[in-house]
Design a protein around this ligand. Structure first.
Ligand code: UYC
Length: 232
Protein backbone atom coordinates (compact mmCIF):
# COMPACT_ATOMS: atom_id res chain seq x y z
CA UNK A 1 0.00 0.00 0.00
CA UNK A 2 3.04 2.33 0.24
CA UNK A 3 3.16 2.76 -3.56
CA UNK A 4 -0.38 4.13 -3.75
CA UNK A 5 -0.65 7.64 -5.15
CA UNK A 6 -1.94 10.21 -2.66
CA UNK A 7 -5.22 10.26 -4.64
CA UNK A 8 -5.60 6.49 -4.36
CA UNK A 9 -4.75 6.54 -0.69
CA UNK A 10 -7.29 9.28 0.10
CA UNK A 11 -9.91 7.54 -2.03
CA UNK A 12 -9.48 4.34 0.00
CA UNK A 13 -9.40 6.30 3.25
CA UNK A 14 -12.59 8.22 2.55
CA UNK A 15 -14.70 5.51 0.94
CA UNK A 16 -13.52 2.31 2.63
CA UNK A 17 -15.24 0.44 5.43
CA UNK A 18 -14.75 1.65 8.98
CA UNK A 19 -12.08 -1.02 9.44
CA UNK A 20 -10.22 0.16 6.32
CA UNK A 21 -10.45 3.79 7.41
CA UNK A 22 -8.89 2.86 10.74
CA UNK A 23 -6.08 0.96 8.97
CA UNK A 24 -5.29 4.03 6.84
CA UNK A 25 -5.15 6.61 9.66
CA UNK A 26 -1.39 6.18 10.26
CA UNK A 27 -0.56 5.93 6.56
CA UNK A 28 -2.43 9.15 5.79
CA UNK A 29 -0.32 10.93 8.40
CA UNK A 30 2.90 9.47 6.96
CA UNK A 31 1.98 10.88 3.55
CA UNK A 32 1.08 14.39 4.75
CA UNK A 33 3.88 15.98 2.69
CA UNK A 34 1.91 14.90 -0.43
CA UNK A 35 -1.09 16.99 0.70
CA UNK A 36 0.56 20.08 -0.87
CA UNK A 37 -0.01 18.79 -4.41
CA UNK A 38 -3.75 18.60 -3.69
CA UNK A 39 -4.08 22.04 -2.13
CA UNK A 40 -7.65 23.01 -1.39
CA UNK A 41 -8.88 19.89 -3.22
CA UNK A 42 -7.81 17.83 -0.20
CA UNK A 43 -11.31 18.05 1.30
CA UNK A 44 -13.40 18.53 -1.84
CA UNK A 45 -15.19 15.19 -1.50
CA UNK A 46 -16.29 15.82 2.08
CA UNK A 47 -19.39 17.58 3.40
CA UNK A 48 -18.86 20.39 5.97
CA UNK A 49 -22.38 19.71 7.31
CA UNK A 50 -21.40 16.15 8.19
CA UNK A 51 -19.59 14.61 11.15
CA UNK A 52 -17.19 12.73 8.88
CA UNK A 53 -14.08 12.07 10.94
CA UNK A 54 -11.97 11.39 7.86
CA UNK A 55 -12.18 15.11 7.06
CA UNK A 56 -11.46 15.95 10.72
CA UNK A 57 -8.40 13.68 10.74
CA UNK A 58 -7.06 15.19 7.48
CA UNK A 59 -7.44 18.64 9.05
CA UNK A 60 -5.67 17.55 12.26
CA UNK A 61 -2.80 16.05 10.24
CA UNK A 62 -2.57 19.29 8.21
CA UNK A 63 -2.60 21.37 11.38
CA UNK A 64 0.36 19.40 12.73
CA UNK A 65 2.46 18.84 9.59
CA UNK A 66 1.28 21.30 6.88
CA UNK A 67 -0.03 24.33 8.80
CA UNK A 68 0.38 26.63 5.77
CA UNK A 69 -2.29 24.54 3.99
CA UNK A 70 -4.85 25.18 6.73
CA UNK A 71 -5.46 28.76 5.58
CA UNK A 72 -6.36 27.45 2.11
CA UNK A 73 -8.84 24.97 3.56
CA UNK A 74 -10.53 27.03 6.28
CA UNK A 75 -12.18 30.42 5.78
CA UNK A 76 -10.86 32.54 8.68
CA UNK A 77 -14.26 34.25 9.00
CA UNK A 78 -16.04 30.94 9.53
CA UNK A 79 -16.32 28.92 12.74
CA UNK A 80 -14.01 26.30 11.20
CA UNK A 81 -14.14 23.78 8.36
CA UNK A 82 -17.21 22.02 9.73
CA UNK A 83 -20.28 24.27 9.65
CA UNK A 84 -21.84 24.79 13.04
CA UNK A 85 -25.39 25.76 13.97
CA UNK A 86 -26.94 27.15 17.12
CA UNK A 87 -30.46 27.94 18.21
CA UNK A 88 -29.07 30.20 20.96
CA UNK A 89 -26.45 32.30 19.22
CA UNK A 90 -23.52 30.23 20.49
CA UNK A 91 -20.28 30.64 18.53
CA UNK A 92 -18.49 27.30 18.13
CA UNK A 93 -15.28 28.68 16.56
CA UNK A 94 -13.08 28.40 19.67
CA UNK A 95 -14.26 24.85 20.39
CA UNK A 96 -13.67 23.76 16.81
CA UNK A 97 -10.18 25.33 16.87
CA UNK A 98 -9.28 23.54 20.14
CA UNK A 99 -10.44 20.21 18.68
CA UNK A 100 -8.53 20.86 15.44
CA UNK A 101 -5.37 21.45 17.50
CA UNK A 102 -6.15 18.36 19.63
CA UNK A 103 -6.27 20.49 22.80
CA UNK A 104 -8.83 18.06 24.21
CA UNK A 105 -8.78 19.31 27.81
CA UNK A 106 -9.52 22.87 26.66
CA UNK A 107 -12.21 21.55 24.33
CA UNK A 108 -13.75 19.64 27.21
CA UNK A 109 -13.88 22.73 29.46
CA UNK A 110 -15.41 24.74 26.59
CA UNK A 111 -18.03 22.03 26.14
CA UNK A 112 -18.99 22.22 29.85
CA UNK A 113 -19.25 25.99 29.75
CA UNK A 114 -21.25 25.87 26.51
CA UNK A 115 -23.70 23.46 28.16
CA UNK A 116 -24.13 25.96 31.05
CA UNK A 117 -24.69 28.77 28.53
CA UNK A 118 -27.25 26.67 26.64
CA UNK A 119 -29.05 25.76 29.88
CA UNK A 120 -29.55 29.46 30.68
CA UNK A 121 -28.34 32.31 32.91
CA UNK A 122 -29.14 30.54 36.18
CA UNK A 123 -26.97 27.57 35.17
CA UNK A 124 -24.14 29.97 34.28
CA UNK A 125 -24.54 31.72 37.65
CA UNK A 126 -24.74 28.44 39.60
CA UNK A 127 -21.73 26.99 37.72
CA UNK A 128 -23.39 23.74 36.74
CA UNK A 129 -26.45 22.46 34.88
CA UNK A 130 -29.49 20.96 36.63
CA UNK A 131 -30.72 17.81 34.91
CA UNK A 132 -34.17 19.42 34.64
CA UNK A 133 -32.72 22.18 32.43
CA UNK A 134 -31.54 19.74 29.74
CA UNK A 135 -34.86 19.36 27.95
CA UNK A 136 -34.86 23.11 27.22
CA UNK A 137 -31.56 22.85 25.31
CA UNK A 138 -32.20 22.82 21.57
CA UNK A 139 -31.36 19.73 19.54
CA UNK A 140 -29.39 21.74 17.03
CA UNK A 141 -26.79 22.79 19.61
CA UNK A 142 -26.35 19.30 21.08
CA UNK A 143 -26.01 17.90 17.57
CA UNK A 144 -23.41 20.56 16.71
CA UNK A 145 -21.39 19.76 19.85
CA UNK A 146 -21.61 16.05 19.13
CA UNK A 147 -20.66 16.45 15.43
CA UNK A 148 -17.54 18.43 16.35
CA UNK A 149 -16.41 15.85 18.94
CA UNK A 150 -17.05 12.94 16.55
CA UNK A 151 -15.36 14.66 13.60
CA UNK A 152 -12.16 15.48 15.47
CA UNK A 153 -11.80 12.18 17.37
CA UNK A 154 -11.97 9.55 14.64
CA UNK A 155 -15.50 8.89 15.91
CA UNK A 156 -14.32 8.03 19.45
CA UNK A 157 -15.70 10.90 21.53
CA UNK A 158 -19.10 12.57 21.85
CA UNK A 159 -22.37 12.23 23.75
CA UNK A 160 -23.80 9.98 21.04
CA UNK A 161 -20.85 7.61 21.49
CA UNK A 162 -21.51 7.48 25.24
CA UNK A 163 -25.23 6.94 24.51
CA UNK A 164 -24.43 4.02 22.18
CA UNK A 165 -22.09 2.41 24.71
CA UNK A 166 -24.65 2.78 27.51
CA UNK A 167 -27.36 1.28 25.33
CA UNK A 168 -25.14 -1.74 24.58
CA UNK A 169 -24.74 -2.13 28.38
CA UNK A 170 -28.54 -1.96 28.77
CA UNK A 171 -28.31 1.29 30.73
CA UNK A 172 -26.00 -0.07 33.43
CA UNK A 173 -23.87 2.97 34.35
CA UNK A 174 -21.72 0.92 36.75
CA UNK A 175 -20.50 -0.97 33.69
CA UNK A 176 -20.10 2.18 31.61
CA UNK A 177 -17.68 3.92 34.02
CA UNK A 178 -14.77 1.46 33.69
CA UNK A 179 -15.40 1.10 29.96
CA UNK A 180 -14.99 4.83 29.32
CA UNK A 181 -12.13 5.20 31.84
CA UNK A 182 -14.04 7.21 34.45
CA UNK A 183 -13.62 4.60 37.19
CA UNK A 184 -10.95 2.00 37.77
CA UNK A 185 -11.09 -0.73 40.42
CA UNK A 186 -14.08 1.04 41.98
CA UNK A 187 -12.24 4.38 42.29
CA UNK A 188 -13.35 7.49 40.38
CA UNK A 189 -10.74 8.89 37.99
CA UNK A 190 -9.43 12.16 39.49
CA UNK A 191 -10.28 15.37 37.67
CA UNK A 192 -8.42 16.73 35.77
CA UNK A 193 -5.01 15.07 35.85
CA UNK A 194 -5.93 11.38 35.84
CA UNK A 195 -8.03 11.70 32.68
CA UNK A 196 -6.46 10.90 29.29
CA UNK A 197 -6.60 14.13 27.27
CA UNK A 198 -5.72 12.58 23.91
CA UNK A 199 -7.05 10.46 21.09
CA UNK A 200 -5.55 7.40 22.81
CA UNK A 201 -8.22 7.61 25.54
CA UNK A 202 -10.89 4.88 25.59
CA UNK A 203 -13.96 5.30 23.41
CA UNK A 204 -16.51 7.59 25.10
CA UNK A 205 -13.91 9.10 27.50
CA UNK A 206 -14.91 12.68 26.51
CA UNK A 207 -16.82 14.95 26.93
CA UNK A 208 -16.70 14.71 30.73
CA UNK A 209 -19.79 15.19 32.85
CA UNK A 210 -19.06 15.68 36.54
CA UNK A 211 -20.72 12.93 38.61
CA UNK A 212 -20.37 14.86 41.91
CA UNK A 213 -24.10 15.63 41.94
CA UNK A 214 -25.19 12.28 40.58
CA UNK A 215 -25.82 10.67 37.22
CA UNK A 216 -29.07 12.49 36.37
CA UNK A 217 -27.44 15.27 34.31
CA UNK A 218 -25.53 12.86 32.12
CA UNK A 219 -28.59 10.62 31.86
CA UNK A 220 -30.75 13.56 30.75
CA UNK A 221 -28.13 14.59 28.17
CA UNK A 222 -27.62 11.25 26.52
CA UNK A 223 -31.34 10.55 26.55
CA UNK A 224 -32.08 13.93 24.93
CA UNK A 225 -34.14 13.66 21.75
CA UNK A 226 -31.09 14.94 19.82
CA UNK A 227 -29.40 11.57 20.34
CA UNK A 228 -32.48 9.38 20.61
CA UNK A 229 -34.91 10.25 17.83
CA UNK A 230 -36.87 7.08 18.62
CA UNK A 231 -37.46 8.12 22.25
CA UNK A 232 -38.37 11.77 21.71
N1 UYC B 1 -14.92 14.20 37.79
O1 UYC B 1 -14.46 12.39 39.16
N2 UYC B 1 -15.17 16.95 40.71
C1 UYC B 1 -15.11 18.35 38.02
C2 UYC B 1 -15.41 14.34 36.54
C3 UYC B 1 -17.01 13.00 40.50
C4 UYC B 1 -15.20 16.66 42.01
C5 UYC B 1 -15.26 19.04 36.79
C6 UYC B 1 -15.68 13.03 35.99
C7 UYC B 1 -16.73 12.06 41.62
C8 UYC B 1 -14.98 17.89 42.75
C9 UYC B 1 -15.47 18.05 35.85
C10 UYC B 1 -15.34 12.15 36.97
C11 UYC B 1 -16.03 12.96 42.57
C12 UYC B 1 -14.85 18.91 41.81
C13 UYC B 1 -15.43 16.80 36.50
C14 UYC B 1 -14.86 12.88 38.10
C15 UYC B 1 -15.97 14.27 41.98
C16 UYC B 1 -14.98 18.28 40.52
C17 UYC B 1 -15.15 20.54 36.59
C18 UYC B 1 -15.41 10.65 36.94
C19 UYC B 1 -15.49 12.61 43.81
C20 UYC B 1 -14.59 20.38 42.03
C21 UYC B 1 -16.34 21.25 37.13
C22 UYC B 1 -16.82 10.21 37.08
C23 UYC B 1 -15.42 11.24 44.32
C24 UYC B 1 -15.78 21.06 42.68
C25 UYC B 1 -17.64 20.87 36.47
C26 UYC B 1 -16.98 21.27 41.80
C27 UYC B 1 -14.92 18.98 39.30
C28 UYC B 1 -15.61 15.55 35.88
C29 UYC B 1 -15.41 15.38 42.61
C30 UYC B 1 -15.71 18.24 34.36
C31 UYC B 1 -16.22 12.72 34.63
C32 UYC B 1 -18.02 11.52 42.14
C33 UYC B 1 -14.89 18.02 44.24
N3 UYC B 1 -15.20 17.00 37.83
N4 UYC B 1 -16.58 14.23 40.77
O2 UYC B 1 -18.53 20.39 37.18
O3 UYC B 1 -18.09 21.32 42.34
O4 UYC B 1 -17.74 21.03 35.24
O5 UYC B 1 -16.86 21.44 40.59
O6 UYC B 1 -17.58 12.68 39.49
Amino acid sequence: STNLTIHELLEKFSSGSLRQKRRFVKLVEERSSDFKELGEDLLKNFDPESDNWCAGWLLQVCQRHQPQLISKLIDPDSSGWFRTHSGSGVNYAALQQALLEERFEDADRMTSSTLRELAGPSAVERGYVYFSEVTSITEVDLITLDRLWIAYSQGKFGFSVQARLLEALKGRYEMLWPKIGWKENGVWTRYPNAFTWSISAPEGHMPLINQLRGVRLMDALINHSAFNPRRS
